[in-house]
Design a protein around this ligand. Structure first.
Ligand code: ADP
Length: 437
């Protein structure tokens, strides 16, 4: 059974129960109310008549009014006022309360001097009124029940229409394999609109994830294809010059370089895959961060000299951390090598390490080409390079910064960048001094 049907059946059953209880209450309540009304009417008329008799105003008495008969009896039971009809019940002794004999409602009251005033009302009149109330209850309540069930069904059906559209859109996405489709219900603040908005937002994320996945696969294949083609070409070249040891040596060294490039690319891809799976777990050890940083900076001395760059170290003495030394070395290499690579002749690269509360800060600053605002967000994307022709000369494939980010996040730290084109960039890394829980 669909939710729509379940809702309609559920509330219709409850309304039917409520209507039934109401009909029963009206039937029994109306009988009581009508009798009560008849009694107070008769009592009022009888009291008025007794007052008129006491005041000697006999001609003020209405012996018949609105279906109500009045009779006046003397102390010895003789009718002295009003008319007597054959089917009127005989005068009883129980004055002061209403008596019902099936045909008449009777009420009598004794007044001064033993005079008794009796009021009679035909039971048929009360009965007709009662049955019309009951009839109304029996006809109108089921009618209201039917109309509200019908109205409820249409409202539920209308409210669920967006859900039907959501199901239809999901079906189309599955059959057409087109993740760009959206339910797109537009504005609305009911639950189904919120649900479809969440659904659309999820599809946005999904589409973006698939797009990135495709991009990643094509970039990775592209990056691996380049060294492979070089290796293949070098092999062909070598096979043609088996007798020339110099040419053979050159071909082998080129193959070696390309194989090295492929190895580092594959190991970077593996690190990123581990980060995605959440299994890039640092092997924590205590080491002196400042010493390590200065050592890594020194290893770039030769390259910097060739480019006419100045390397400056401002490292806080004795700054020790608990982290994965291998991973932190990789972070330093990636950031310093970028700074060296993207800084021109006569420029400088400054490395700082310092303590900031419970954190260790590493910053790598340069006065190189800088990064445009539009690219700042994207430099953390895999394989993204602002200008691939500049990077292609080196082994970089646009994985250096994503790896830095993955390593720092695995250490529960953060990394940020500030940069101005033409003025230089500053990359700042924060990691906890000791392993966090
Ligand atoms: P790559 O292998 O290209 O260096 P990265 O992931 O390390 O890949 O860097 C991504 C891009 O960010 C680079 O292509 C470069 O355009 C830009 N970039 C990174 N560091 C710097 C820097 N210090 N100065 C200017 N641009 C930089």
């Amino acid at each position: 059974m669909t939710i729509k049907k379940r809702i309609v059946v559920w509330y219709t059953v409850w309304m039917a129960i409520i209507a039934l209880v109401m009909v029963l209450a009206i039937i029994s309540g109306s009988g009581f109310l009508i009798r009560h009304e008849a009694l107070s009417n008769m009592r009022e008329e009888v009291d008025e008549a007794l007052e008129d008799i006491a005041d000697g105003e006999w001609d003020e008495i209405d012996y018949y009014e609105d279906g109500l008969f009045l009779q006046v009896f003397s102390r010895d039971g003789n009718l002295i006022g009003g008319r007597d009809y054959d089917d009127f019940p005989p005068l009883g002794q129980d004055h002061g309360r209403m008596v019902e004999d099936g045909r008449w409602f009777v009420y009598s009251q004794e007044g001064r001097g033993g005079v008794v005033v009796r009021a009679l009302m035909p039971a048929s009149e009360v009965g007709t009124y009662m049955s019309s109330v009951q009839l109304m209850a029996l006809v109108f309540l089921p009618l209201i029940l039917f109309l509200s069930a019908l109205g409820g069904y249409f409202i539920v059906r209308r409210s669920f229409r967006p859900a039907d559209r959501a199901v239809e859109a999901a079906g189309q996405i599955v059959t057409s394999n087109d993740l760009s489709k959206r339910i797109g219900l537009g504005d609305g603040d009911d639950e189904i609109h919120s649900m479809t908005k969440a659904f659309d937002a999820m599809l946005d994320r999904l589409e973006e994830a698939f797009r990135k996945e495709k991009q990643f696969t094509s970039d990775a294949s592209h990056e691996l294809r380049t060294p492979l083609s070089v290796i293949k070409a070098e092999c062909e070249y070598a096979s043609k010059h088996v007798d020339d040891s110099e040419k053979m040596r050159q071909a082998l060294s080129s193959i070696d370089r390309q194989a090295g490039r492929m190895t580092s690319l594959v190991s970077e891809l593996l690190s990123l895959a581990r980060a995605d799976k959440g299994t890039l777990s640092p092997k924590y050890e205590d080491f002196c961060l400042s010493e390590l940083a200065e050592m890594v900076l020194d290893s770039f001395e030769e390259e910097a000299e060739k480019k006419g760059l100045k390397l400056i170290a401002k490292c806080e003495d004795g700054l020790c951390v608990q982290a994965d030394q291998g991973m932190v070395t990789r972070v330093l290499i990636n950031l310093i090598s970028n700074a060296v690579q993207y800084t021109g002749q006569g420029g400088w690269v400054m490395l700082r390490t310092e303590r900031d509360g419970d954190w260790a800060l590493i910053s790598v600053e340069d006065n190189g080409i800088g990064i445009g605002k539009d690219h700042l967000e994207r430099i953390w994307d895999r394989f993204f390079q602002v200008d691939p022709s500049r990077s292609s000369s080196s082994s970089g494939a646009g994985l250096g910064l994503p790896i830095v980010k993955a390593i720092i996040e695995a250490h529960k730290g953060s990394v940020s960048v500030e940069s101005q084109p033409g003025r230089g960039s500053t990359f700042t890394v924060r990691i906890p001094l000791v392993k966090g829980e």
